[in-house]
Write a protein that binds this ligand. Structure first.
Ligand SMILES: [Zn+2]
Length: 345
């Protein structure tokens, strides 16, 4: 039902590292089983990225941070009363405010905690759960306000500078929109075609195909984690599916708690591999979409600098202009490590 297609490429060269002996070097092109998009795996020798100097990052970024408690009320905007009564949403330490630089009609920031810096290997699940809870509340307040066509509620998170996040203080972005982005449009079209062809939800079939296999990471409640067959991250990435749930509004507090608790395990496992920055996106179906078309899917993409001294980014022409994902590690290798740590007590 799901095809895992891969093609091996072979390059022949005289290798200066081995006295110019003739060598054959393999790389691999894989196809995403849903969209058919290609992704490359090459076995580039790369040392683990150096550990971050969190104290230096804090010293540089804390002065003037608009999300720190002493400035949050004065420097962040408030929603109009008719949209969000009280102007902001709060739960635990999380506060949701308008994005001062909105990129959609309903565009918010969920500041997750009072602390300016959190380490990726010790992220409290509670702050993720509270952030998703205020995101869900904001999406609930705005979902009915999108004129005509399908509406989507999307939560994303850029953590630490390598991710492109402009603020170090942990925060998520939340939008309610009729234009959810090209990736989601492609995935929904492919999932709809899969359902017509097979009668099954793609994510359901994917979990069945991957469960207990070499790319399986683990499961908690409705939330199943695996390493995608066609990788998106240069040093690995992960995908989570929330079974039988299509949007953030469908999640109850137990689902959110399971997602948060399992996410912090995966974050800690990536941190143990020397990664300390990431992008996260929760990809929903449209509100009121055909039942059983798509299940809420999270993509977690660790980010890093290939060379921190020279500020060499991990994104290049390959991802940004050729729209081709590029990995230096096989997903099976990444999953084996994450699986061991996911299940650890
Ligand atoms: Zn701060």
């Amino acid at each position: 039902m799901i095809e895992f297609l891969a093609q091996t490429k072979r390059t022949r060269l005289h290798d200066p590292r081995a006295g110019f002996a003739l060598a054959e070097i393999e790389s691999e092109v894989r196809r995403d089983p849903l969209t058919g998009d290609s992704a490359r795996i090459c076995h580039f020798a790369l040392r683990a990225p150096p550990a971050p100097d969190l104290a230096a990052i804090e010293a540089l970024s804390r002065p003037g941070c608009p999300f720190c408690p002493e400035r949050l009320d004065a420097l962040t905007p408030r929603f109009p009363e008719e949209l969000v009564p009280g102007g902001r949403l709060r739960r635990g330490e999380a506060t949701l405010v308008p994005n001062l630089f909105p990129y959609d009609d309903y565009s918010a920031i969920a500041v997750l905690c009072r602390e300016h810096v959190q380490a990726m290997d010790a992220m409290p699940a509670r702050l993720i759960a509270d952030g998703l809870a205020v995101a869900r509340e904001f999406i609930g307040l705005t979902a009915g306000r999108i004129d005509g066509g399908a509406a989507y509620g999307i939560a994303t998170w850029n953590f630490m500078p390598a991710s492109g996040g402009s603020q170090v203080h942990p925060h998520m972005q939340v939008i309610t929109t009729a234009t959810p982005g090209n990736a989601l449009a492609r995935q929904h079209a492919a999932a709809e075609a899969f359902r017509r062809r097979t009668g099954r939800v793609y994510a359901d079939a994917l979990i069945a195909a991957e469960r207990a296999g070499p790319r399986w990471i683990g499961e908690r409640g409705r939330v199943a984690w695996l390493a995608p067959f066609a990788p998106a991250g240069v040093l690995g990435d992960a995908l989570a599916v929330v079974r039988d749930r299509a949007t953030l509004l469908d999640l109850d507090d137990a689902d959110i708690a399971d997602f948060a608790a399992s996410l912090v395990r995966v974050l800690a496992a990536f941190a143990a591999r020397g990664l300390w920055s990431f992008n996260l996106c929760l990809l929903p179906d449209a509100f009121g979409a055909a039942p059983r078309r798509h299940w809420l899917t999270a993509r977690l993409l660790p980010r890093f600098h290939l060379n921190p001294q020279l500020h060499v980014s991990d994104a290049s022409h390959m991802q940004l202009l050729l729209d081709e994902r590029f990995a230096m590690l096989a997903p099976e290798e990444v999953a084996a490590d994450l699986r061991a740590r996911f299940g650890a007590p």
